[in-house]
Write a protein that binds this ligand. Structure first.
Ligand SMILES: [Zn+2]
Ligand SMILES: [Zn+2]
Length: 230
């Protein structure tokens, strides 16, 4: 689905706030509801995990094992009502919710101070793509790219195998398995890549893709997501 089409199709349905039903602005969520969205607050400098200490700190797990992905920037905490909006967008074809999230996240997250050379979405395996009819990360990447005037490479990454149950494997084997389930198609020598996804939980997927991108010659990988689970 092309982002422009997605946006045009939604324009008439955005007059009412998705959360309170009041008069909304262009984003589809009124300013009062926007002000109450769960911001992330102090996050780890690398992985955006909320940390108690002051700004610019690093969480225990990133200190122990510095991540390959330089920086994950998340717009919100994965908490009410952001979690509901993301679920509506992702699993219930609620594209109005998606549109609002993207508009607000573009303002919340950027434009980034250190802009990547291009944005690219975390891919879905084709089987999942056919079930859902769209990849929410593609729509987010297109929306952010348009707002920030950055190029978007929609098909740079491919998910080649659907990831199976990995409970018998140890952490390193799991990570290797996950990394091998992604493939890079394109020239990215020396580029700073901005990976885009909806939610980051453990960060394992972003980390696996980052390893792939660095192997393929990328200079640096950072990530932009709508929400971070605490
Ligand atoms: Zn409202
Ligand atoms: Zn961290």
């Amino acid at each position: 689905m092309v982002y422009k089409f997605f946006r045009q199709k939604l324009a008439p349905s955005l007059a009412r706030c998705l959360l309170c039903g009041g008069t909304s602005g262009e984003s589809g969520i009124c300013s009062a509801c926007t002000a109450e969205l769960p911001l992330l607050g102090n996050g780890c400098r690398h992985c955006a995990l909320p940390v108690a200490a002051a700004r610019n700190s690093i969480c225990a797990s990133c200190l122990q094992r510095p991540p390959a992905c330089t920086k994950i920037t998340a717009a919100w905490q994965y908490a009410y009502p952001i979690n509901h909006l993301i679920q509506r967008f992702k699993y219930h074809r609620d594209l109005a919710a998606g549109h609002s999230l993207i508009q607000l996240a573009a303002r919340q997250l950027g434009p980034p101070r250190e802009a990547p050379d291009l944005l690219t979405p975390v891919p879905l395996h084709w089987r999942r793509y056919w079930q859902r009819g769209y990849n929410q990360a593609q729509l987010i990447a297109s929306g952010l790219g348009e707002d920030w005037r950055l190029p978007v490479a929609l098909r740079l990454l491919r998910k080649t195998t659907s990831t199976q149950t990995q409970s018998q494997l140890n952490r390193n084997q799991r990570q290797k398995n996950l990394s091998e389930s992604f493939a890079v198609h394109g020239q990215i020598q020396g580029a700073h890549i901005g990976l885009v996804d909806d939610v980051v939980t453990t960060g394992a997927t972003l980390e696996a893709i980052t390893e792939r991108l660095l192997d393929a010659g990328a200079k640096k990988v950072s990530a932009f997501v709508l929400a971070r689970t605490p």
